[in-house]
Design a protein around this ligand. Structure first.
Ligand code: HEM
Length: 484
């Protein structure tokens, strides 16, 4: 009996000591939470219940629904994790530009499936990787890409011919193949092999939902290794088997037949001076493909749906394209300067990225104590930035914020800092110029060949959050031959 009592007492003392030390170490976090408006969080049981019952498309909106309109910073406890959330443009820009909030949160990124890729790494490693990547995205290197985009876009235009006057079809498959094929040629020395409906393409389609489905597991504290005991672990393994097959094939191929262009990302990454091993390179390749595929593909597809729904915008854009081409004596070479002439096209793409922000929430973590909007934010605190809410806030965009009106980007923006589809600061998208050029080339080629229709009504578009924003019913359009 005495032994049992001693044991129980010992256990109790241990638990209380652990709790006191745990609380004491995090005291400043609790002080911050006391000052911030917001949600006091879910209990363990509520979190487990949510994990088991809430649909993927509702998980992030539920979290974001706790952001208060009237307060620039809002708190939300997710078990032991304090999230500081905002949709305020000033605060978001402060977080983008502070040297102490460059890191990605351990909560979301510790188990990130390509943890060594540029999008996930932190601290000095991020600086080093970013510097290496930059060599492949300089203005001089970008000058060489538009002709490649043009060639790849023309191949897709030929493939689309089979859909002329044949009803609606999923456009993502074509835009996705374009993004992959273009990236393969511009950066990976993987020319000539199309990703159209390939295993790799389908693996990427499955990857995005997985990245959201693992979120509750991460909040509950499961590690990447422990995930293998759940069905989600099996899904991850299946996807990565396909990724690895392609990636190591690209790497082997480049070992055997090194590409001559020293600026091509594959060469930059495989340069022995950079001391990347094959696993590092594989993580960087997958990162690049996530960066280029999910994003440009969805923006191209959404933009075409918008043109199919807003016929007046489509007509205006066709006129711009015809007018610019009519000023050329011969068939123009597609260069950066030539693409810069398409201002209305740029406005259409920007408006699409505003309304359908492909990375609707971004996250950061304080690497040191930092003062934001008068609050002292302790080291280690995670931030959630709702770019989507900022992009739709009437305070910044006026009463027609919910409408698709590209013209707003030809007018003077009252709050230009309330627009960040490519993020900002030291973690801003490294491929943003690349993306704008590639999307422009695709849409120009498309509208010179086809017209697009879309039977979905603008008000009926339903979106969900996977790793990126997604149209629930897909990106369905029909096409007809253009008049020219
Ligand atoms: C419409 C097209 C695109 C959009 C909207 C977009 C958006 C973004 C955003 C929002 C981030 C920052 C994520 C964060 O702050 O947490 C990002 C990062 C990144 N993007 Fe893009 N992206 C696009 C196209 C591309 C392309 C074409 C590439 C490569 C060719 C690319 C490569 C990357 C990489 C490597 C990063 C990580 C940068 C870092 O953390 O230092 N993206 N992108």
């Amino acid at each position: 009996m005495f032994v049992l009592e001693t044991l129980v007492l010992f256990l109790l003392v241990t638990i209380v000591t652990y709790y006191v030390v745990f609380r004491w170490k995090r005291q400043r976090l609790y002080e911050l939470a006391d000052k911030l408006p917001g949600h006091d969080g879910f209990t363990l049981w509520e979190s487990i219940y949510m994990t088991l019952t809430v649909h993927r498309k509702d998980y992030i909106p539920i979290v974001l629904s706790y952001i208060k309109d009237e307060a620039p910073l809002t708190k939300l406890w997710l078990l032991k994790h304090l999230l500081v959330m905002t949709k305020d443009a000033n605060v978001i820009n402060k977080i983008f530009n502070s040297p102490y909030t460059v890191d990605k949160p351990e909560l979301f990124y510790d188990a990130f499936l390509v943890k060594r890729g540029l999008i996930a790494i932190n601290g000095d490693d991020q600086k080093v990787h970013r510097k290496i990547f930059t060599k492949s995205f300089t203005p001089k290197v970008l000058q060489t890409f538009p002709v490649i985009f043009d060639e790849k876009a023309k191949q897709i235009m030929d493939m689309l011919n089979s859909h002329v006057n044949c009803g609606e079809f999923e456009f993502m498959d074509y835009a996705g193949s374009y993004s992959f094929d273009a990236l393969g040629t511009t950066n990976l020395n993987y020319d000539g092999k199309s990703f159209f409906k390939s295993d790799m393409y389908h693996a990427f389609e499955k990857f995005s939902p997985v990245m959201v489905d693992i979120l509750p597991y991460l909040v509950l504290g499961f590690t990447r290794k422990q995930l293998r005991y759940f069905p989600i672990g099996k899904r991850i393994d299946e996807i990565f088997n396909v990724f690895d097959k392609y990636m190591y094939d690209i790497i082997d191929n480049n070992h055997k037949h090194p590409c001559q262009d020293e600026h091509k990302l594959i060469n930059v990454l495989m340069d022995p001076k950079n001391k990347f091993d094959d696993d590092d390179i594989r993580d960087e390749f997958i990162t690049m493909m996530i960066g280029a595929f999910e994003t440009s593909t969805k923006i191209i597809s959404s933009a075409l749906m918008m043109l199919g729904i807003h016929k007046n915008v489509q007509e205006k854009l066709i006129n711009e394209i015809n007018e610019i081409y009519s000023q050329e004596l011969d068939t123009p070479t597609i260069t950066v300067d030539f693409l810069n002439k398409f201002q209305y096209l740029e406005a259409v793409i920007k408006e699409t990225m505003r309304l359908f922000t492909v990375a609707p929430i971004l996250s950061r973590q304080a690497s040191q104590d930092v003062e934001i909007d008068g609050y002292l934010i302790p080291k280690g605190t995670a931030f959630l930035l709702s770019i989507d809410a900022m992009h739709k806030d009437e305070k910044y965009w006026g009463q027609d914020a919910h409408l698709f009106r590209p013209e707003r980007f030809l007018e003077t923006l009252l709050y230009p800092h309330a627009y960040a589809p490519f993020s900002g600061g030291r973690r801003m998208c490294i491929g943003y110029r690349y993306a704008m050029l590639s999307m422009k080339v695709f849409i120009i080629n498309f509208l010179k060949t086809y017209k697009v229709n879309c039977s979905t009504k603008f008000d009926e578009l339903e979106t969900e959050m996977t790793m990126t924003l997604n149209f629930v019913k897909g990106y369905k359009v029909s096409i007809e031959q253009s008049n020219k």
